[in-house]
Design a protein around this ligand. Structure first.
Ligand code: ADP
Ligand code: MG
Length: 612
């Protein structure tokens, strides 16, 4: 902390002293570099942090600059008032450009945003109000009492101040609740939705942030150059900007800044060879994408990972999964009534009927088992209940309301949590951050605090971190809080998924094959964990192949086969039901019904005897 403060102090001093040794032209280049750095931070927030490919940043830049130009020269407004309106206008445009992100992602989104940027460039080149190809000149000098901002030396200080605050704000966003959700969305939007992250709003927020920085950069540019023309906002410049972000490292705002300042300087040195320079940037970008996909900013982290992997190999015995600490037992009288009711649900995938009129009622306080051969529709049932799929027919009711068409994040906020058959942890987040995403129950609209009440964000952050550490301790994961989940053994990752789901304090927990891949000891611990979760007042539905586990945990089991419920009852009842035996034998899937843990009724030989 102290060293960080000292480093910041040194940086501020250096920024203060910088113009003293420099000539007028160099200061101009520095001023341009800072504007590109602001643009790059906006790109980094949308692309690197939130995973929303945004190739319209140059248009946001243009909207900010042109709005100032038009408002000051055509309408005679003052610079600062125009600047405020210009940033607002850019954000409105940014939200509009972000709308396609609600429907499409990755390169499709890139193409659409690029198309919108092209449309903007076309418009400024041809419209009367924008002065066509000639652009708009005569933008007034921003007025500041006692400071002559027509001097580029003094303008530098204005820019440096805005840039410093903007960078701080960006870092603040990335390292707190909002940024964590944006990063979770980037890593796995489905899992983030299931943890309560309101994906559509977050996607729009990514564009809001990008356009905010674009608008600021445009305003500063208009005040600096006092002339705007289409070539500044060209697609060629969009690609330079993209190169800055990729070379610097899109996931790190500091990396984006380094890339922007570095490439602006390089571009200046190479200005006599601009054709070759363009080619050069292209080559460097390709090399970066191939050899250092996380950019320059990622290099130290990669080196550290290499080093740590070696060290961890030596240390691995020291970090360990500690025993689970049971929850406090909740009063049983609170358990009454139906929590989940699935009625006549059918799920059709083109020709395949994955669920066929499934009806199932789960009461509060139950541990319900769902078993069935592979492909019988168990995971699909979870996907329907948790809002990932919308049932073709039938209804789902959860906690007293009809949730047939509810979105995953709505269901999560209403108290439903789940794990995934094929682990879906957020790969680029630490274990603690994975838990924090689920722990954070605030709605996206509370991001107004980021603009108006930052202490509120920090207080909440501190409280959440303390809670996250409690949860990690309870699940015996404290040693791994800072670890990157993919570096951990499978059994530990499964445990993290349960801890993450429980961090949302759900009323209903869906576990999709939680014992898959666990060893015997780990299965025993899992049994303790699930019992304690139920005793704490959370109802559990569990899909499982391991019949021993089902037998010892569940009071009631529902058996699916080819999308239909073929039996329901106590574990002993269902394993001896003829339909069940036939379903398993017919599928030559009996081996999967792992029956080697007692009771005797579940023995495969008995099952065979009973078959006609
Ligand atoms: P289980 O979890 O019981 O092994 P699933 O619910 O995963 O089975 O799958 C049931 C059937 O539905 C399978 O035949 C599977 O291929 C099919 N299925 C599942 N999800 C989809 C999907 N999104 N699109 C098409 N078919 C699917
Ligand atoms: Mg499955």
């Amino acid at each position: 902390m102290k060293s960080r403060l000292a480093a910041t102090g040194v940086l501020v001093l250096a920024a203060w002293a910088l113009p003293y040794g420099l000539g007028g032209y160099t200061v101009h280049v520095v001023n341009i570099a800072l504007i590109y750095a602001l643009l790059a931070i906006g790109m980094g927030l949308a692309m690197g942090v939130s995973g929303q490919i945004n190739l319209a940043q140059v248009a946001f830049f243009g909207v900010g600059a042109y709005a100032v130009a038009i408002l000051t020269t055509h309408y005679g407004h003052g610079f600062w008032f125009s600047a405020l309106l210009a940033v607002l206008a850019t954000v409105v445009v940014g939200l509009f450009v972000g709308v396609p992100a609600l429907r499409m992602q990755s390169h499709y989104l890139g193409i659409v945003t690029l198309g919108l940027a092209l449309g903007f460039i076309n418009w400024i080149t041809n419209a009367d109000i924008t002065g066509g190809a000639d652009g708009i000149s005569g933008i007034p000098v921003p007025a500041l009492p006692g400071v002559d901002l027509s001097s580029e030396y003094l303008y530098y200080y204005l820019e440096a101040l805005v840039f410093g605050l903007a960078l701080l704000f960006g870092l603040f966003v990335v390292h707190t609740s909002l940024g964590r959700r944006l990063r979770a969305m980037r890593d796995d939007a489905l899992a983030a939705g299931a943890m309560g992250a309101e994906i559509p709003f977050l996607r729009m927020t990514a564009f809001l942030l990008a356009s905010l920085y674009g608008g600021l950069a445009g305003v500063l540019y208009a005040g600096l150059i006092r002339y705007v023309a289409p070539e500044t906002f060209s697609i060629a410049n969009m690609f330079i900007l993209l190169a800055m972000v990729i070379i610097g490292g899109r996931r790190s705002l500091v990396g984006c800044v380094v890339g922007a300042i570095g490439l602006t300087m390089v571009r200046e040195w190479l200005s006599d060879f601009s054709t070759y320079a363009q080619l050069g940037y292209g080559v460097v970008v390709v090399l970066m994408v191939v050899f250092a996909p996380t950019g320059l900013a990622g290099v130290p982290a990669r080196l550290r990972t290499l080093y740590e992997r070696r060290r961890r190999a030596q240390q691995s015995s020291r970090a360990e999964l500690r025993p689970f600490i049971p929850y406090e037992v909740e009063d049983r009288s609170a358990r009454d009534g139906v929590l989940l009711s699935v009625e006549g649900v059918t799920q059709q995938f083109r020709g395949l009927r994955a669920l066929d009129e499934v009806t199932l009622t789960v009461r509060k306080g139950e541990i319900r088992g769902v078993v069935g051969p592979n492909g019988s529709g168990k995971t699909t049932l979870f996907n329907v209940i948790s809002g990932f799929y919308r049932a073709t027919a039938g209804t789902v009711g959860f906690a007293g309301s009809d949730t047939t068409t509810a979105r995953p994040y709505t269901l999560s906020l209403a108290g439903l949590a789940r794990t995934f058959q094929n682990l879906r942890l957020f790969g680029q987040l630490t274990v603690r951050e994975n838990v924090l995403v689920a722990l954070d129950r605030t709605r996206t609209h509370t991001i107004w605090q980021y603009a108006l009440w930052q202490p509120g964000v920090l207080t909440r952050e501190r409280r959440l971190r303390a809670q996250a550490d409690d949860i990690l301790r309870r699940y015996g994961l404290a040693d791994f809080a800072e670890a990157d989940p993919s570096s951990l053994p499978y059994g530990i990752q499964r445990r993290i998924e349960i801890a993450r789901a429980m961090a949302a304090r759900p009323r209903l927990l869906l576990l999709d094959e939680p014992a898959a891949g666990l060893n015997g000891g780990e299965v025993q611990q899992l049994i303790r964990i699930v019992r304690s979760i139920r005793d704490s007042g959370t109802t559990v539905i569990l899909i499982e192949h391991n019949m021993g586990l089902v037998m010892s945990l569940c009071e009631k089991v529902t058996v699916l086969s080819s999308g239909r419920v073929i039996a329901e009852g106590t574990p002993q009842e269902v394993v001896s039901a003829p339909e069940v035996i036939e379903a398993y034998l017919g599928d030559s899937d009996l081996a999967e019904l792992d029956l080697d843990t007692p009771p005797s009724a579940a023995r495969p030989d008995r099952a065979k005897e009973a078959t006609p």
